[in-house]
Design a protein around this ligand. Structure first.
Ligand code: MF3
Ligand code: CO
Length: 295
């Protein structure tokens, strides 16, 4: 069991920076967190819970993030290269005063991930990759704005129509993300959220990628913890108001196994060559449920 975090005195200022006395601010919430910790739950540290000011920063960042995905959706078409998507993301992010987080992140060479068909994630935009009618593509946009990160991704079906295997996995991935987001509320665990996603994936006859998942987000691009969507109910981190993370299960039409491109060391593919899809939201755990920051 992790150790209890030091707490301020009852009349000292709250750790959240509200300026209020601890006893009339986060003290009751901390008591509840402590009772879960004593029962053996993993619980977030104070530094993993966002203050009202940080939450507003994340909301503002999310506005840019979603505007960029809206613009991608309006211009995406057959005959376009995935590099042109990168160009749109670079231009719009700069125009709105933000920074595209993927560029140079652990050496990633572009400003957005574009993952087509059997690519699971971390597809690298290229002039050589031309979109064709019936392709399915995930565009994953991560935005830094005034010090705050937002992260979301959507699927696009080029030309609006595709084959049943691809169409089903796109729908499944959206339903999985939506079920995960709908489940988010305080005093349940990340495993409970994952379990809701697992039920939906099963209904669609799809599988969930195990090795890659979501993450805390906000002050850093990737904050603790790693968020698995194959974890068991009642396990993993306790959700507490102020915690922000991504709901972004990667859903495969066939088997869950994946491999990483040996040439670029980034792009992840399905082992069986069947399609994969992903929709991603950034969410905030609130007092009574969830605020969707990006979708
Ligand atoms: N949204 C993706 C993630 O959360 C973006 C990865 S950017 C990359 O991991 F630079 F790592 F590719
Ligand atoms: Co993410």
């Amino acid at each position: 069991m992790a150790k209890a975090e030091p707490r301020p005195g009852r009349n000292d200022p709250c750790w959240c920076g509200s300026g209020k006395k601890y006893k009339s601010c986060h003290s009751a919430q901390d008591d509840k967190v402590e009772s879960f910790r004593l029962k053996g739950h993993m619980v977030p540290r104070h530094s993993q819970l966002k203050t009202p000011e940080q939450i507003q920063g994340m909301r503002d960042s999310s506005v840019l993030n979603m505007a960029i995905l809206d613009a991608v959706g309006e211009s995406i078409h057959a005959g376009m290269s995935t590099q042109e998507i990168d160009d749109i993301v670079v231009r719009l992010t700069a125009e709105m005063g933000g920074i595209a987080a993927p560029l140079n992140y652990e050496g990633f060479p572009k400003s957005v991930c574009t993952s087509v068909n059997s690519q699971v994630c971390h597809g690298i935009p290229s002039e050589k990759d031309i979109l064709r009618d019936g392709d399915i593509i995930n565009v994953d946009v991560s935005t830094l704005y005034k010090g705050y990160y937002s992260d979301s991704s959507r699927m696009y079906i080029i030309g609006g129509k595709t084959d049943p295997d691809r169409a089903n996995v796109v729908e499944a991935a959206k339903a999985c993300r939506d079920a995960g987001v709908a489940a988010v509320r305080p005093w349940i665990t990340l495993g409970d959220v994952a379990y809701e996603i697992q039920k939906v994936a099963k209904q669609y006859g799809c599988t969930i990628v195990r090795e890659i998942g979501g993450h805390g987000v906000g002050i850093e691009f990737h904050e603790e913890p790693f968020v698995s969507y194959v974890s068991r109910p009642g396990t993993e981190l306790l959700l507490v108001p102020g915690f922000t993370f991504t709901v972004e299960p990667m859903i495969n039409a066939g088997k869950h196994e994946i491999y990483v491109d040996q040439d670029n060391n980034w792009t992840v593919y399905t082992e069986d060559g069947r399609p994969s899809a992903q929709w991603e939201s950034t969410v905030l755990v609130t007092e009574d449920g969830c605020e969707v920051l990006t979708c």
